[in-house]
Design a binder for this molecule. Sequence first.
Ligand code: SF4
Length: 437
Amino acid sequence: MRYHIITFGCQMNVHDSEKIAGMLTELGYEKCDSAEQADVIVINTCCIRETAESKAISKIGSLKQIKDKHPEKIVAVCGCMTQAGDNSQKLSERFPFIDIIFGTHNIHHFKDYLLERRELGKKVVEIWEREEGAIDDVPVLTGNSVSAFVNIIYGCNNFCTYCIVPYVRGRERSRPFEAIYSEVKKLIEGDYKEVVLLGQNVNSYGNDIGGMKFYQLLDKLSKIEGKYRLRFMTSHPKDFDDNLIRVIRDNERVCNSIHLPVQSGSDRILKAMNRNYTAADYLKIIEKIYKHIPDCGITSDFMVGFPGETDEDFKATLDLVKKVRYNGCYMFVYSRRKGTPAAEWEQVPDEVKKQRIVELISLQNQITKEINREKYLGNTFEILVDGKHDKREGLYCGKTECGRLINFEGDESHIGQFLNVKVTKSATSALFGEICA
Ligand code: SF4
């Protein structure tokens, strides 16, 4: 019996798919590379942007042919899209061949739904309106033998006016420290070389259960013996704590790398987004980070074309990018999400959004090129090799502590190793290097 999982969206979804893979493995299924070969096909959807939703819908539609030929195959659809509004009902009507539909709150019951469908032939559509605490007893099959994700907090309380996440992932639920500690320890003892702590807002860790704060959790985890790296994402600037900078600076195992989404450089837009900080507050944090950890790799998320964004607001965003000089950025066009306040506001024309995103990407590309030349070219970095280049044969890649990817000529034996690599060539976003003795 074989399974194939298609995942859309962020690391949270990738990790949810690892849990679905864990449950399928417990039931005796093995992973395969295509929907055609699989007995169970799972589509884990995302609805953060319209494009992610359209891609998932078109993928589901493409499975009809397979189901027509092989009705015994089981198709399951889950994730943020099925959790939102009446999407599960709509999907079930539009694609009657789907066997199982479930949401983000009841993912841990997938095994029961699959058995119900397999043994009793019942179609299952089950979405839970409410979350059930922080679920801890789900098996995980990690997709990678070097780096593993560990959830520390689920959900979000922030309700940024453009974001659907609090509606589909529920309120913040922190996992108990003991559960996180033992999972991380087991991974490190199992020879994983990197653990990425996940949460929509890791800085809120512990607020709902009292006791330990995120910086204390990170500090304790970094005391586990062994050679490994700890990373975390995502941080919210309004909750960013000076203690965290100290923990990152003082612990070798915690990477000098921070993903700190700002979204906009305009105070007017930040207010409308309900982000609860100003551009000046954000820049103050950046200043502190660079003061205490000069080589820190800072990355961010930006959204252009938020309702009401003027040329002046957009200019403020460009100015902020120039000031911070990010190691890299994820840049998006605002996407209207039904059910969020901003979806009801007057929208920026598509043409304007397109011009702005092109300008922002080109500015960041220019900065990345300059940083590559000034900071990386000719210098040697320790990287953790986590896999092969996805297109070029013989090329392998790994990340520096700051999170920059370096490609080099290597072999399978390098995967999972810490290597010193000298950067010999830099393209706009990619770096290439040679292994040093
Ligand atoms: S912090 Fe804002 S953008 Fe991030 S998940 Fe929560 S609501 Fe969405």
